[in-house]
Design a protein around this ligand. Structure first.
Ligand code: ATP
Ligand code: MG
Length: 184
């Protein structure tokens, strides 16, 4: 007899999701940046989000919902900034950064504290809010980042909710499913 609990883990993260208009603008920015790349995997339009906390594989969602409900959060307007890259072995991850915003930083820190209270082990890394545009990217040798950044206009997005998300692969395609939403 197999004397083990069968556990179905879910890959979870907590994120801010966006309006159709903002998704369009992000997809356009990603497309323009991709034109400067030799190779890159752009984020699918429907997948753009801002990760507040990554929970990884979890077997239930109760603790994360409690943390989302308990965290101190108020609605605010997110404003985009410049592009940059995190260097990775399999090619760089290019992102669109955000203007520094006290509301966002306080919300993320409060959420982190609430997750710790719920028993989640959170990494102690500084929060670097970013919107992923390209993965595994290799840029053209003459790519001029300063010129690209000076061509960008700030994009505004009103944030009024926080979402618990599940990351799944469906027929090889990365999908994020919304499991819970809190209005703020
Ligand atoms: P892929 O892994 O296929 O490139 P992805 O990174 O978007 O796609 P997930 O790995 O499921 O998909 O991650 C979901 C979200 O959590 C993404 O925003 C991702 O950047 C973030 N994330 C993933 N791993 C970590 C981690 N170790 N620390 C912080 N954030 C993470
Ligand atoms: Mg990942």
């Amino acid at each position: 007899m197999l004397n083990a609990k069968i556990v179905f883990d879910m890959r979870l993260f907590i994120a801010l999701n966006f309006s159709e208009r903002f998704l369009d603008a992000l997809a356009e920015t990603a497309q323009n940046l991709q034109k400067q790349a030799i190779y890159a995997r752009p984020t699918q339009r429907e997948n753009f989000h801002l990760t507040l906390a990554f929970l990884g594989e979890q077997e239930n969602i109760a603790g994360s919902i409690a943390a989302i409900d308990a965290c101190a959060a108020t609605a605010f307007t997110l404003v985009t900034g410049h592009c940059g890259a995190f260097h990775q072995r399999n090619g760089d991850l290019w992102w669109l950064g955000l203007r520094r915003q006290a509301n966002l930083l306080h919300m993320q820190e409060s959420l982190r504290q609430q997750l710790l209270l719920q028993g989640y082990r959170m990494e102690n890394r500084t929060f670097k809010p970013h919107l992923t545009l390209l993965r595994e990217a290799r840029m053209q040798p003459d790519f001029d980042l300063a010129a690209f950044n000076s061509s960008l206009k700030p994009l505004h997005e009103r944030i009024t909710s926080i979402h618990l998300m599940q990351s799944v692969r469906q027929a090889g395609k990365l999908c994020y499913l919304e499991l819970y939403k809190r209005e703020i």
